[in-house]
Every structure is written in structure tokens, then in C-alpha cells.
Design a protein around this ligand. Structure first.
Ligand SMILES: O=C(O)CCC(=O)C(=O)O
Ligand SMILES: [Fe+2]
Length: 259
């Protein structure tokens, strides 16, 4: 295992340097910030599951690092999103899989995309995989390598904390701090007040139900026409199927969300 870690650590450094060079940056950023002490290995074991269509081995997510180097055995189960569809990654025990993580997406200003992936379970066979997460130290500031930047500058510490808080509060990871993402009530209220001044209408999609309630109430008080985009659709489907919407965010409840 130690030998595997040393080999993939070296590989991750080389790959990061090549990807940076492709963007026109001969950078020692990764050598300076992604030391072996800040990277880690995760060993995954997926026991056989009698109800594979109801249970994920690992729910859909993106990795919160720069790069992930993954070794999977011959069982299979890893899937990734391409053009909006899920595709199975054919298992090849002779090969390593390299995933771009959120930090590389932010650093490359969206040139490289953090791939969404998940693991489906197998009814009969257990599966093993080992993932090496290429991460910087907590204090490293992640800033796009060129301007204008799609993302706000953030530290890895702040990002990790945000991911953990979101998973606890919303049952899912929100992800990268995009400049046009509304992530607190204060900013939401500023936007609503601005809309009132300009006589605009507010059309919103807010993942957090309490934020959606606050938006609705503020618009009502200020006399602004407002409508949620996803909420009414969910309600229409619920009424058509004659079931109550669970009110739970995607991914809830209780599944372990990986970093
Ligand atoms: O087991 C796998 O194939 C994927 C593991 C993974 O995505 C993770 O540990 O973040
Ligand atoms: Fe992952």
C-alpha cells in the first residue's frame, strides 16, 4: 500500500504539472502546496447488496480535491456523467482512473471540469477500490489561473468546511463558490430589494427550503411578483402521483457523503 501511495503521489504531481502546462502555466504551485502530508488514500469496500436499484455504493458526487487517482478491481460499478447521461466505467484492473476534482476546475477557471460520478452496488459480489486524493494544505488559496475568474478566491480549509456544513444542513454538497451563486440570506435580500427598486419580477430556484421561504416572504412584503421554478413542478408531480413530496434535499437521508 505504501508503494502504491508513493507511485500515485508521483504520478499526480506529474499529471498536475502537465495539465497546468497545457493551460500555459509552468507552475510549481502543485509541488509547493500539494505535499504528501496533505494528500490521502481512501480504501473503499462495497459489500454485495440485495437491492442494488435502491442503494448506491456511493451517491453521485464530485471530488473536492485537485485530482483523484483511482484503482478499481474487476467487479465494476463506477459510473460517470457525460453529456447529461450516466456511463459505466469499464473495470480494468491493469489501469488507473484519473478524475479532475473541484479544485482543478476552479484553478483552471472551468477549462477542466470536475466529473460527477457514483458507484452502483452489485447484488452478488463485493467490490474494492482505492482512491488517492491529491490535495493542497488547508491554508492554500485557490484562485483561477487567469482572469476574469468564474469563482471567488477561497482557501481549501474554507471549502472543506463548507462541504461538510452543506452535507450536514442540506444533505448534499453544494460545491464550488461560483460568483453568481447566492449562498446567504443577506445577499438574497439585497437582490430582492434591488428587484423591488427596478420593478422587476423574481424567479428563483433555491435548494435550501428555508431560503426559498425567506425569498417568498420578502417578495410578498415588498409587493414583488415572484415564483419558484422547481417548487411548482415538484408540487404538480406530487399531486399527479398523489404522493407527498418528501421535502428532503437530494441525497438525504443518512448516506455518507464523500469529501
Ligand atoms: O469506488 C469507486 O470507484 C469510486 C470512489 C470514489 O469516487 C471516492 O472515493 O470518492
Ligand atoms: Fe469520488
Amino acid at each position: 500500500m505504501e508503494q502504491f501511495a508513493t507511485t500515485v503521489a508521483d504520478l499526480a504531481q506529474k499529471l498536475a504539472a502537465i495539465l497546468a502546462e497545457k493551460l500555459g502555466f509552468k507552475s510549481n504551485f502543485f509541488q509547493e502546496n500539494c505535499l504528501s502530508s496533505t494528500c490521502y488514500l481512501r480504501m473503499n469496500r462495497y459489500p454485495p447488496c440485495p437491492i442494488p436499484s435502491d442503494v448506491f455504493g456511493l451517491m453521485p458526487h464530485t471530488d473536492s480535491d485537485f485530482l483523484t487517482i483511482l484503482y478499481q478491481d474487476e467487479v465494476g460499478g463506477l459510473q460517470l456523467v457525460k453529456d447529461g447521461k450516466w456511463f459505466a466505467v469499464k473495470p480494468n484492473p491493469e489501469a488507473l482512473i484519473v478524475n479532475i476534482g473541484d479544485l482543478f476546475q476552479a484553478w483552471s477557471n472551468d477549462v477542466y471540469k470536475s466529473v460527477q460520478h457514483r458507484v452502483v452496488t452489485n447484488p452478488r459480489v463485493e467490490r474494492f477500490s482505492t482512491a488517492y486524493f491529491f490535495c493542497p494544505s488547508y491554508d492554500t488559496e485557490i484562485q483561477s489561473c487567469y482572469e476574469p475568474s468564474v469563482y471567488k478566491k477561497f482557501s481549501f480549509r474554507m471549502y472543506r468546511q463548507q462541504v461538510q456544513d452543506d452535507v450536514k444542513k442540506l444533505g448534499r454538497k453544494v460545491g464550488l463558490p461560483s460568483d453568481d451563486q447566492i449562498d446567504d440570506v443577506e445577499r438574497l435580500m439585497e437582490i430582492i430589494k434591488q428587484a423591488a427598486k427596478e420593478g422587476a419580477m423574481v424567479v428563483y430556484t433555491l435548494a435550501d427550503p428555508s431560503m426559498a421561504e425567506s425569498a417568498k416572504l420578502a417578495c410578498k412584503l415588498l409587493g414583488i411578483p415572484a415564483t419558484g421554478v422547481i417548487g411548482p413542478i415538484t408540487e404538480a408531480i406530487a399531486s399527479h402521483l398523489d404522493v407527498l413530496p418528501s421535502g428532503l434535499p437530494r441525497g438525504a437521508p443518512g448516506r455518507n457523503f464523500p469529501l
